[in-house]
Ligand binder design. Structure first.
Ligand code: FE2
Length: 447
């Protein structure tokens, strides 16, 4: 039982600590979420000067230097050449890349012909007026184009010059099937988009660019997210462990309670069998046991020893079972034989209990509880400290209950009379130390 109490104490402390840790974890996690939200809402950018590695962009012509072709009869007075340009975007961060766009600043005269994997937002300055239109060059109607443009054969040509710019908005179709762009840690993390440009040289300078983007990080990504995941998993394991141990403790407590109750009721049954021979002493053994235990506790005895005193006292008169009822119930004076028969309940009780090894001192309690401190008791006449302590305790408790109960030949005594009797017989019938202890607690008993 004590071990169970110790385990319960440890589990209670553990649960308190766990809930404090949970509170700290939750507060830290809320702060962490706020910080991630701030990061996620931050517009980031990369240009040709950037050395960042979490997101990288490379804009380059496709293929070899010679991979360009002449456009026949586009203009009567000049020849233009076409070339494909690709932009490769790599997301190496630990989040998703959202709403990304590439601004391509035009530094020389050229023509935009086509673009794929997204739409282009064209800013075209003509005679001091800026024309702006967003077009999906994979699917358009020529009459809807508001920008200055030419149509040469099947080809659309949107003239651009220095100061103009194109903003390329990816639609995810060139993103290895991903939109938004995943990261290289759990996917390809790469997007390839492209466009076709015409110019007289066949080469367009795209070294002046800017990539705008947002990175959306998961709350559980990164070192902090991993730490939170591990800590919460550990917390959960400890919490589950505490619950399992608590359930086991409750289970064993329930079993112990049932067992203790069985023991208690069994002892009370034995005591009742002895007491029932005389209706005037009904429950005498149980009350004596309670008083004896109170004395033991007041004397500072260990809890187990107090329990032992209680159960031994419960059986102190078990030998009455062998005394004839008419003798026990007799209200008049007893003959010498009758008195001997009554005295013999101590030896009979001891005989009954001699094989009861699980309850220490049970034989001593039954055999010596009528011994007197001055040596004039029975059955052996031992005196003083020769009388086992447990018997001396029971002797006081037994006498108190006898005086505090009605008998066939008298009513119960008044409390002051009882106290006087105990004091008067202290040192003769009773151990004076035990009487002194009992006087300290006697007023707690309901007279
Ligand atoms: Fe007795």
């Amino acid at each position: 039982m004590n071990k169970l109490k110790a385990v319960k104490g440890v589990i209670k402390k553990l649960l308190v600590i766990l809930f404090i840790i949970l509170g700290v974890l939750l507060i830290s996690f809320v702060i962490h979420i706020h910080e991630i939200n701030l990061e996620n809402s931050m517009l980031r950018e990369i240009d040709q000067e950037s050395t960042a590695t979490d997101v990288m962009i490379d804009i380059h012509p496709r293929g070899q230097v010679t991979d360009k072709w002449e456009k026949d009869n586009a203009f009567p007075n000049k020849i233009i050449y076409a070339r494909i340009y690709e932009a490769t975007v790599n997301n190496n961060s630990d989040g998703l890349m959202l709403d990304w766009s590439i601004r391509l600043n035009i530094t020389e005269d050229c023509f935009l012909n086509n673009a794929w994997c997204g739409t282009v937002e064209v800013h075209q300055l003509i005679n001091g007026t800026e024309n702006v239109q967003t077009i999906d060059l994979r699917n358009y109607d020529e009459k809807d184009i508001e920008l200055v443009h030419y149509v040469a054969g099947q080809d659309l040509l949107i003239p651009l010059s220095s100061g103009d710019y194109i903003v390329y908005h990816s639609d995810g179709t060139g993103v290895s099937g991903e939109s938004p762009l995943g990261n290289s840690k759990n996917s390809s993390g790469q997007a390839n988009v492209g466009l076709i440009m015409y110019s007289e040289s066949g080469d367009v300078d795209f070294s002046d660019f800017k990539l705008d983007y947002y990175i959306k990080k998961s709350y559980l990504s990164g070192d902090d997210g991993f730490a939170f995941t591990v800590l919460f998993a550990a917390w959960l394991l400890l919490f589950m462990f505490s619950l399992v141990v608590s359930a086991l403790v409750l289970h064993f407590e329930g079993r112990l309670y049932s067992r203790n109750r069985l023991v208690e009721e069994s002892f009370r049954l034995c005591a009742a069998i002895a007491d029932m021979k005389d209706p005037y002493i009904k429950n005498h053994s149980h009350r004596t046991a309670k008083y004896a235990k109170m004395i033991a506790e007041q004397m500072g005895m260990a809890k187990d020893d107090c329990e032992n005193v209680y159960y031994v006292a419960m059986l102190h008169d078990i030998g009455n079972y062998f005394v004839a009822e008419q003798i026990l119930r007799k209200s008049g004076s007893l003959s010498r034989e009758e008195f001997e028969a009554i005295k013999n309940h101590t030896r009979k009780g001891a005989e009954m209990l001699e094989d009861m090894e699980s309850l220490p001192h049970v034989v001593e309690g039954a055999l010596y509880h009528h011994e007197r401190y001055d040596g004039n008791g029975y059955p052996t006449g031992i005196k003083g400290d020769e009388i086992p302590l447990i018997a001396r305790i029971i002797s006081v408790a037994d006498a108190f209950d006898a005086m505090n109960s009605d008998r066939a030949y008298r009513n119960r005594l008044q409390s002051e009379s009882i106290k006087r009797e105990l004091r008067d017989n202290s040192g003769s019938q009773f151990d004076p130390v035990i009487v002194g202890v009992f006087m300290e607690i006697i007023d707690k008993i309901q007279f």
